[in-house]
Design a protein around this ligand. Structure first.
Ligand SMILES: N[C@@H](CCC(=O)N[C@@H](CS)C(=O)NCC(=O)O)C(=O)O
Length: 339
């Protein structure tokens, strides 16, 4: 699928020159080094199994948040447990300081890097979320953020809740992949390329591509409720996790400021519709999002000051997108309220 790998973001331990170097050297998102797949037939040695694996995320991270949404929509909470890292990394990267004693209670580790090191000492490519760890061995299985959610949708089906939606329906995959490719390049990764650009021309090019793509997506969504077909798919999840961060961080911190999302009638209604759908908004933590970006990327925000805005009250206002029709969960049902 698509150009997953080649072109983009913030990986790596926050030591070396990691976060302070953003904006000072060309931005490159590295290929996920650990690309094993957890599958129904276990062909990579990792069979789908309830209770065996732990999903490690930061609620700040858009790539990890895809998995948070998928896990909720598919009802995998009991089958795939969740570790939430502190939104602020230290010099050993993601850490479990939100948990009692600073340790993940299931894996018994303080830093996610311990699971990476257990899998491969001196691995290249840094430590990133999302990650899935094999609980019995404590070893990282995958940090392949592009494949991970597709596998939750298509390989974990035996453990899906009754009424789970098909997020990657076979007949629509070519169209979903095509839509996601442009969204990945110009929007998901585009905001990072703008934010971490190290030169004016580089910034201007990605800014233009970002807003051209947002305009195109907005036109597509003007008369249809969802990106592909008439139900929620993987494509909507991937667009959502970037759009929900747009006004809070990308508009200011990443200089993606032609306009705010709240000034875009179609996209603002679209993202509020998803935000208000069970499984989307209940995964979002604006405090984690804002503190992570503004405090961690000292290369582009040296003071570390976290802005107080924007006002979040608009997120729950009526969006009227249901007037476009669409069946959010297809023949299925929404997930129960988050516990
Ligand atoms: N795994 C992918 C994408 C995931 C990603 O970039 N996650 C970020 C957080 S949004 C991360 O964990 N970066 C490592 C760090 O900041 O220490 C990559 O390597 O580019």
């Amino acid at each position: 699928m698509s150009d997953t790998a080649a072109d983009s973001a913030g990986t790596g331990r926050a030591d070396s020159d990691g976060n302070a170097s953003y904006g000072h050297k060309p931005f490159k998102r590295s290929r996920s080094h650990f690309a094993d797949r957890i599958t129904a037939d276990g062909r990579d040695g990792w069979p789908v199994q309830a209770g065996r694996y732990r999903l490690v995320v930061s609620r700040a991270c858009p790539w990890a948040s895809r998995a948070l949404v998928s896990r909720r929509l598919l009802g995998l909470e009991d089958a795939l447990s969740l570790a939430v890292a502190d939104p602020i990394q230290d010099d050993r990267s993601w850490r479990f300081t939100l948990d009692p004693g600073g340790k993940d209670p299931v894996l018994g580790i303080r830093h996610l890097s311990e699971a990476y090191d257990a899998r491969e000492r001196d691995h290249p490519g840094g430590v990133s979320v999302p990650a899935i760890v094999d609980v019995p061995s404590g070893k990282l299985v995958t940090n392949d953020y592009q494949q991970l959610t597709l596998d939750l949708a298509t390989e974990w089906t035996a453990l899906h809740r009754p009424g789970a939606p098909d997020l990657y329906p076979e007949p629509l995959r070519a169209e979903i992949d095509e839509v996601m490719e442009g969204i990945y390049r110009d929007i998901n990764n585009g905001v990072y390329k703008a934010g971490f650009a190290s030169g004016q021309q580089e910034y201007e090019e990605v800014y233009e591509a970002l807003f051209a793509r947002l305009d195109q997506v907005s036109a597509r969504l003007a008369d249809r409720r969802y990106l592909v077909g008439d139900t929620i798919t993987e494509a909507d999840i991937r667009l959502f996790t970037t759009l929900v961060r747009f006004d809070a961080v990308y508009h200011g911190h990443f200089k993606c400021n032609r306009n705010k999302l709240a000034e875009e009638p179609v996209l603002w209604a679209y993202v509020r519709d998803l935000y208000q759908t069970p499984g989307f908004g209940d995964t979002v933590d604006f405090d984690h999002i804002k503190r992570h970006y503004y405090e961690v990327h000292t290369g582009i925000n040296p003071t570390g000051i976290v802005p107080l805005g924007p006002d979040l009250s608009g997120w729950t206002t009526p969006h009227h997108r249901e007037e476009l029709g669409g069946r959010p969960f297809g023949d299925g049902t929404p997930p129960a309220a988050a516990s």
